[in-house]
Design a protein around this ligand. Structure first.
Ligand code: BES
Ligand code: MN
Ligand code: ZN
Length: 502
């Protein structure tokens, strides 16, 4: 996909030449100045008249009418030089690749150094570029008789840079792995529920495990019964689809210690069960395995980049259905941890699946936990559709996850957890816990419920109900699944540092 070259000259033939343009470039100099000379001052003129825009993320295409060996030049607006951020560059490249693929161009040559500033160096720029290409050009193959498969894809990106070639190549590759794995997660989420059952997800995990030599364990219903996973089994009870507890292990250290547990909610379709969802609220519930997809996407990056970390990924997976066998409000179930749960709402099923997932991750040696889940509508009410809700029982672990999210540009905001929340979750006449203390601030109750199973293990909870999907297209992707938290989880794992005084 990528070729890195040092020498950029105008005698080379290119379908498309790409340069970054800052506000200050209104008086063009350097490389853009050379293009300007070649085009007889047209660039300066068009910039002045506003026909080429330096506005952040704006892309302008210019035909060179045979005056340059590059047929077209794409100017990528970057705004004020001193304001440029990693995030802006990534989104600007997103706009570029959307435009270029819309123009059905297969080869692009990019003058990388025109994007570099004091704050955003060549490696950042190449990471952003590598990531933006797959993210921005992602499509989900639909099932129409006339398919939406693009006729042409960008297959060749030539990157010109004066900086160290090997390191630029390495950054491009890392970014590309991040982008591609996010797309894998998007596809898992976009797949309809009838094509992405727990069995399908287990098969996908097996393939991933094969490719990256992860140790894979798939628990069947009988195994879960033996292990006493009564919470996950309760959710599955009304289904004809067998549940799966999916475990992937990646060992990047000599010994199996300081293990990070990533636990993803894998509800392949959520009807709500007997506390059934209204007809409008049920549409889209194929995406209720977004947490599982995020974990699998992160594992793909981990498999590609092989950091010196130990990771166990745990995905409790089933659909949540109604039938004569289904679990009901007022039922009491016993989780794998031994804690009993009074069911007050069968639509609060994610926390039940995660309860056993978290316990099982600990049993596999997880000393740190991050769970990811499309857990509550409440988090959407609280934070909207572009901020992930976070909760934690450990400041240092939360800081590390937050730091990762800053790098990836995936916003998150922490919600509080008080003694009062714990009291409400523990309030039941018949069991240790209840699964639905009420509608007031219920995103917090969901997290607090999971905290009961993390116990003393440092834990961060990410509620992606709002961020896992989007209704409109954006610079780095189309409408539909976003692949939220794939990149943040991977960045967190890559840079993870064990905590001394947990
Ligand atoms: N899967 C849903 C949460 C959800 C809602 C995800 C909207 C994506 C979009 C979850 O299982 C659920 O139903 N939560 C309930 C909890 C309630 C019963 C306490 C909710 O948020 O209404
Ligand atoms: Mn539900
Ligand atoms: Zn759900």
């Amino acid at each position: 996909m990528f070729q890195v070259k040092n020498e950029l000259n105008f005698s080379q033939e290119h379908e498309a030449l790409v340069v970054g343009i800052f506000d200050a470039n209104k008086k063009v100099e350097g490389f853009i100045g050379e293009i300007d000379t070649l085009l007889e001052g047209q660039v300066t003129k068009l910039l002045k008249e506003g026909d080429i825009s330096s506005q952040s993320k704006k892309v302008t295409k210019l035909h060179t009418l045979g005056k340059s060996s590059a047929k077209r030049v794409y100017f990528v607006g970057l705004g004020k030089k001193e304001n440029l951020s990693f995030e802006t560059v990534r989104e600007a490249f997103g706009s570029l690749f959307k435009t270029v693929s819309g123009d059905k161009i297969e080869e692009v040559a990019i003058a990388l150094d025109t994007f570099v500033t004091d704050q955003v160096d060549g490696f950042d720029v190449s990471h952003a570029l590598g990531e933006a290409l797959p993210l921005a050009t992602y499509t989900f193959p639909d099932y129409k008789q006339k398919s939406n498969e693009p006729e042409k894809n960008i297959t060749n990106v030539i990157v010109f840079s004066d900086t160290d070639k090997e390191e630029i190549e390495a950054s491009l590759t890392v970014g590309y792995a991040y982008g591609n794995a996010t797309n894998s997660a998007r596809t898992l989420v976009n797949l309809p529920g009838n094509m992405m059952t727990a069995t399908d997800m287990a098969n996908y995990a097996l393939e991933l495990g094969n490719k990256y030599s992860f140790e894979v364990e798939i628990l069947e219903k009988e195994d879960m019964e033996k292990l006493g996973m009564g919470a996950l089994l309760a959710v599955n009870k009304g289904s004809v689809e067998p549940p799966k507890m999916i475990v992937l292990k990646y060992q990047g250290k000599e010994t199996w210690n300081d293990v990070i547990g990533l636990v993803g909610k894998g509800i392949t379709f959520d009807t709500g069960g007997y506390s059934i969802k209204p007809k409008d609220g049920i549409v889209g519930m194929k995406a209720d395995m977004g947490g599982a997809a995020a974990v699998l996407g992160a594992m793909e990056i981990i498999g590609e980049l092989r950091p010196e970390q130990n990771v166990v990924a745990v995905i409790p997976s089933t659909d949540n259905m109604v039938s004569g066998d289904a679990f009901k409000p007022d039922d009491v179930v016993t989780s794998m941890s031994g804690k009993t749960i009074e069911i007050l709402n069968t639509d609060a099923e994610g926390r039940l699946a995660l309860a056993d997932g978290v316990t099982y991750a600990k049993q596999h040696g997880a000393e740190y936990l991050v769970d990811v889940a499309t857990l509550t509508g409440g988090v959407i009410v609280a934070l909207g559709n572009d901020i992930t809700g976070a909760m934690a029982n450990n400041e240092t672990l939360f800081e590390q996850v937050l730091e990762a999210s800053h790098e990836t540009g995936e916003a998150m905001w922490r919600l509080p957890m008080t003694e009062n929340h714990k009291k409400r979750v523990r309030k039941s006449n018949v069991a240790d816990l209840n699964n639905s203390p009420g509608r007031d601030g219920h995103a917090i109750f969901a997290g607090t419920f999971i905290a009961e199973f993390a116990e003393d293990t440092p834990w961060v909870h990410l509620d992606i109900a709002g961020t896992a999907t989007t209704t409109s297209q954006y610079e780095l992707g189309p409408a539909g699944a976003t692949g939220a938290m794939v990149r943040t989880l991977a960045a967190f794992v890559e840079r993870f540092e064990p905590i001394n005084n947990k």
